[in-house]
Design a protein around this ligand. Structure first.
Ligand SMILES: CCCCCCCC(=O)SCCNC(=O)CCNC(=O)[C@H](O)C(C)(C)COP(=O)(O)OP(=O)(O)OC[C@H]1O[C@@H](n2cnc3c(N)ncnc32)[C@H](O)[C@@H]1OP(=O)(O)O
Ligand SMILES: Cc1cc2nc3c(=O)[nH]c(=O)nc-3n(C[C@H](O)[C@H](O)[C@H](O)COP(=O)(O)OP(=O)(O)OC[C@H]3O[C@@H](n4cnc5c(N)ncnc54)[C@H](O)[C@@H]3O)c2cc1C
Length: 662
């Protein structure tokens, strides 16, 4: 076994806090850390899950290997008796080493939709076979023509009372279902979102369980055309698919009927809210927030560990080349992202808790908090995925040339993560949904209604009327987190007001509501962005009050300050315009940020260690725990398929004959 790299050892010795304490805090408790590691080691020590580098495999081999692993995984989860959703998740992400896989949609959306939208009788029929993987399903909503504007989806489900069946059709090319994960080759069922027609009337989108392949032969059923949509930017393990349905008949019992219902005679019973069909999307959006944290924390782990062992250039003449982590510019690239990774970890936990709390109420028949849940999940999904997406690229480039190698792990993290900005609601569209909620709340507050929850700051509008900067004490104390939270709150309030006024102004020009909306989109998206930014800063600050260990508290406080101050410099125009900040304060902030970088520097490696990604899951030669980067890069390169023979066959086929001709 090669010794630890001395640079990275020194980093760990210099840390001012206990890494394990912070890991326990991130997991929830020491016991939870222990259990997570136990589950991960079950996978890592399992010979069936030894990991061949997918970068050396064809797409078909990758799909094959992923299906094999998933099938074994299901068996083993049963054998070990692992049934808690969080524990299944730990096991699963370790099996697939962070890659997406063909069963993601079955586990994440098919089962979830059943649980949330099936009637008790339907659950009896479908859930057990689905849990046992006899039924393998996907979530087929998006069509060639529409992903965002789902009210315009064209697939139809027409009720035939004479046989008590629904007849499903994709009548046009643009109505072909396109994209669903696991649809192409893996699934034998799909939850199909279709326009419901009964007794001659359209009732909008509803969800139907549609068998698409024979349960015995796995051949497509009559009327079903199904296949893989071809190679993509990433997601190579996943058979994202197409599906065309022609007069496919399913029993009446296959429409998900927890809320809306079609009776045997064809009469339609309305759901308590027509947005309940959209419930699974809200769940996945809420979960994506945590995925942003994971993608970013992995990328930071790789870039920061590598920056601790990489030496380059001369800082002081005659001295040895420094670790690249000693360059201020390198710290300025990476430490704000490290801070964001921590922030998003806490926001991810909050979003998951909030989702479960509010769906608990929904299951009790109380739908009052659904709008806020939707607005929060949509906005935070967009806000965190945009930041993480850009951050992964910054981490990759911070590793110089080696970041471009697949063995750095960063290209795979990027291509796997980047579609979160698009799927489950395109980010701009999601920001506009949040804005719709914010503007509505703003109007309610103006009318004197008392708002609660994350938008309660809009109650204070009277107090927020702009005042000349000179006539009041400086709002921001740049050394005080509570004061920074307040500044973000006031900025959000201001930008919501700007958006609302833009709408008002447009309407006064007597254009339609819809055109006014479109003409205010820039302000609306910015308002949502500011709102989400405030929520993130607020949650980070709130988290600090829960931390009892003083050393951990101190280092996280530094990160929270950096997150907040760096965000202000990126959006300084807003803060200046709103009179929340003075120009001289802006340069004080830059100085303060520099001081924070220096404070974080000795703890940087320990801070990424605390995320506790084992080497198998990180899958990166640059991010290895032992820091032995160059040796393992050389070993990896030797395994490249091009190196299987000393002389490649192309030499004999083309180069050699060419030489004899010239
Ligand atoms: C394991 C995981 C892997 C994941 C892989 C990826 C899987 C996928 O991508 S699956 C497909 C995901 N697709 C999407 O997310 C589609 C995005 N589009 C949408 O959600 C909708 O079309 C949307 C929200 C943009 C507009 O919906 P639409 O019905 O036209 O609503 P709209 O007219 O804008 O608003 C109507 C009201 O509904 C509300 N609303 C909209 N969506 C929701 C919701 N989900 N929950 C609650 N309320 C909602 C609005 O806030 C609005 O309320 P109000 O009238 O009080 O202001
Ligand atoms: C890897 C991957 C996996 C997927 N898996 C699934 C799946 O399992 N099941 C499934 O059903 N779908 C799936 N999808 C589809 C995905 O949900 C859609 O692509 C997504 O909802 C975006 O819709 P769209 O492609 O129609 O984009 P579009 O809506 O066409 O977006 C294009 C542009 O138009 C803009 N735009 C659109 N509408 C508005 C508006 N109202 N206001 C302002 N700007 C607007 C957008 O901001 C964007 O810039 C997947 C997609 C990917 C990439």
């Amino acid at each position: 076994l090669a010794a630890m790299n001395p640079d990275i050892c020194r980093e760990r010795e210099n840390a001012t806090f206990n890494t394990e304490t912070l890991t326990n805090m991130l997991d929830g408790s020491a016991e939870k850390t222990r259990r997570r590691r136990e589950i991960e080691s079950l996978v890592i020590n399992d010979p069936d899950f030894q990991h061949d580098d997918p970068n050396f495999m064809s797409r078909s081999e990758r799909y094959d290997a992923a299906v094999k692993k998933s099938s074994q995984m299901i068996m083993k989860l049963r054998d070990y008796g692992i049934s808690d959703p969080e524990e299944i998740y730990f096991y699963k992400r370790c099996v697939h080493r962070g890659f997406s896989e063909p069963l993601d949609l079955h586990l994440g959306m098919f089962l979830t939709t059943l649980l949330n939208q099936a009637s008790p009788t339907q659950l009896d029929t479908f859930f057990t076979p689905a849990w046992n993987l006899e039924i393998v399903g996907t979530y087929a909503q998006t069509e060639l023509g529409h992903g965002t504007h789902i009210r315009k989806l064209e697939t139809t489900a027409t009720y035939d009372p004479s046989t008590q069946e629904f007849v499903l059709n994709c009548p046009t090319v643009s109505s072909i279902k396109w994209w669903p994960g696991g649809l192409g080759k893996t699934s034998n069922h799909a939850i199909v979102l279709a326009q419901l027609y009964t007794l001659g009337k359209c009732h909008g989108l509803h969800a139907f369980i549609v068998p698409i392949r024979c349960m015995k032969t796995h051949q497509p059923l009559p009327g079903v055309t199904v296949g893989d949509i071809g190679p993509k930017f990433g997601f190579e393990e996943v058979d994202n698919g197409y599906l065309k349905l022609e007069n496919v008949r399913i029993p009446r019992e296959n429409m998900l009927m927890k809320y809306a219902q079609v009776e045997p005679d064809g009469s339609y019973l309305k759901p308590p809210s027509d947005k309940l069909t959209y419930g699974t999307m809200v769940f996945i959006r809420a979960m994506i927030v945590g995925e942003s944290a994971r993608a970013l924390s992995k990328s930071c782990t790789i870039a920061i560990r590598y920056s601790a062992v990489r030496h380059q250039s001369e800082l002081r003449p005659g001295e040895p080349e420094p670790q690249i982590l000693d360059y201020q510019a390198q710290q300025y690239k990476l430490f704000p992202l490290l801070a964001a990774a921590y922030a998003f970890t806490f926001v991810g936990q909050y979003m998951s808790d909030t989702y479960h709390r509010i769906t608990g109420h929904i299951n009790q028949g109380d739908f009052s908090q659904l709008p806020e849940l939707h607005a929060l999940a949509a906005g935070l999904k967009a806000f965190t995925t945009w930041t993480a997406n850009a951050g992964i690229e910054v981490c990759r480039m911070a590793c110089g040339g080696h970041g471009y190698l697949c063995c750095s792990g960063l290209p795979d993290i990027y291509v796997t993560f980047t579609p979160t900005c698009t799927y489950e609601g395109e980010n701009t569209v999601m920001m506009l949904q949040t804005a719709r909620f914010l503007v509505k709340c703003y109007r309610q507050a103006r009318e004197g209604q008392q708002l609660s929850g994350t938008v309660s700051y809009l109650n204070e509008q009277q107090r927020l009327q702009p005042q000349p900067v000179s006539s009041r004490p400086t709002v921001v104390n740049i050394n005080d987190l509570a004061s920074l939270v307040e500044a973000y709150k006031l900025r959000a309030a201001k930008l919501v007001e700007v958006a609302a006024k833009s709408l008002q102004g447009e309407l006064q020009r007597s254009i339609s509501q819809e055109d006014a909306w479109n003409n205010s989109s820039i302000e609306l998206v910015r308002a949502s962005d500011a709102h989400c930014h405030y929520v993130v800063v607020e949650l980070f600050a709130a988290k600090l009050s829960e931390i009892s260990d003083t050393a951990v508290h101190s280092v996280l406080n530094t990160l929270a300050l950096l997150y907040a101050l760096h965000g202000i410099t990126l959006n300084s125009g807003d803060f200046l315009q709103a009179g929340l900040l003075s120009v001289p304060q802006l340069s004080q902030i830059t100085q303060r940020i520099k001081a924070l970088l220096v404070e974080i520097r000795p703890n940087a490696v320990a801070l990424v260690d605390s995320f506790d990604y084992n080497d198998e899951m990180l899958n990166s030669v640059l991010g290895r725990y032992d820091g032995n980067v160059y040796e393992s890069m050389f070993e990896w390169a030797k395994r490249s398929p091009l190196n299987r023979t000393e002389v490649h066959e192309s030499y004999y086929k083309y180069m050699k004959p060419l030489r004899s001709k010239l």
